[in-house]
Design a protein around this ligand. Structure first.
Ligand SMILES: Nc1ncnc2c1ncn2[C@@H]1O[C@H](COP(=O)(O)OP(=O)(O)OP(=O)(O)O)[C@@H](O)[C@H]1O
Ligand SMILES: [Mg+2]
Length: 249
């Protein structure tokens, strides 16, 4: 379970999070929507302790992320896969080596054959051909780099996955493949996920619940049908573009 309680975060004069309460139950997939610059990535980085709140609490798996010491925090992080918005690959490492960084279990990381197989499997899951393993990030398109970032995030078989705009910059076919992957990890492996996205259609497809971040707070949170039924103009305005999509939940 992931829980943020009364989280406040400002950068200088800019108040980004202004009392965020946010909860993701075990095994659940929550889509986090909101306008650009509202603080979605900042919220996500609180969950694995990359950013600390000015005040408030962050709990993951029963652990107090803000006050965890270095080693237990590293242990917790090794169970949280993070798909960075901009990919965050190491240019000097091959694709295979970038993905291997996601294999955090020491026994697995030291096992050559396991790593080779795991890299191949993760590349396949994100719809990249096996020969991508030997390439370098600079040789790949933006969408391919994005998918390598996703392969790295899932390589360590995490129990939590934080996806920061996993489908942005992908063509519709590959966006669909990634949405299916989010669903599959959620349904078959019971991964608990937060998916930050601008893709309302994708959010309705993959999420058990959807949250809308506005003005530093979670303005609304509920199942896709609950959100669709919301009379809050801010919610309606956000969903308007895709109101014609049938609800599948
Ligand atoms: N480390 C930082 N230092 C200073 N300001 C920051 C920092 N990180 C984020 N911000 C600011 O916080 C605000 C929220 O940023 P954030 O990246 O969370 O937006 P976002 O909702 O993810 O937007 P987008 O949809 O465009 O990715 C922005 O105004 C950004 O400039
Ligand atoms: Mg962002």
């Amino acid at each position: 379970m992931i829980e943020l309680r009364h989280v406040y975060k400002r950068f200088g004069d800019l108040i980004v999070l202004d009392g965020v309460d946010f909860e993701v139950r075990q095994g659940e997939t929550v889509a986090l929507l909101g306008p650009s610059g509202v603080g979605k990535s900042v919220l996500l980085k609180h969950i694995n302790g990359l950013i600390h709140p000015d005040s408030g609490e962050v709990w993951v798996d029963g652990q107090d992320v803000v006050h965890l010491k270095q080693r237990p925090l590293a242990r917790l992080r090794s169970r949280i896969g993070y798909v960075f918005q901009a990919g965050a690959l190491f240019d000097s490492l091959s694709v295979a080596d970038n993905i291997r960084l996601g294999i955090t279990d020491e026994d697995c990381a030291g096992d050559e054959e396991y790593c080779r197989n795991r890299v191949a499997l993760c590349l396949d899951l994100v719809n990249l051909p096996p020969e991508t393993a030997d390439k370098f990030p600079s040789e790949l398109s933006g969408g391919m780099r994005k998918r390598v970032g996703i392969a790295r995030a899932i390589a360590g078989q995490p129990t939590y996955l934080l996806w920061d705009e996993p489908t942005s910059g992908l063509d519709p076919v590959n966006a669909d493949i990634i949405d299916s992957l989010v669903e599959k990890l959620d349904d078959e492996l019971g991964v608990t996920s937060v998916v930050v996205t601008h893709d309302v259609r994708g959010a309705f497809r993959v999420a058990d619940r959807i949250a809308l971040l506005r003005d530093g707070r979670i303005r609304a949170m509920g199942t896709p049908s609950e959100l669709r039924a919301s009379t809050d103009p801010a919610v309606q305005q956000f969903l308007e573009r895709d109101l014609t999509i049938p609800v599948t939940h």
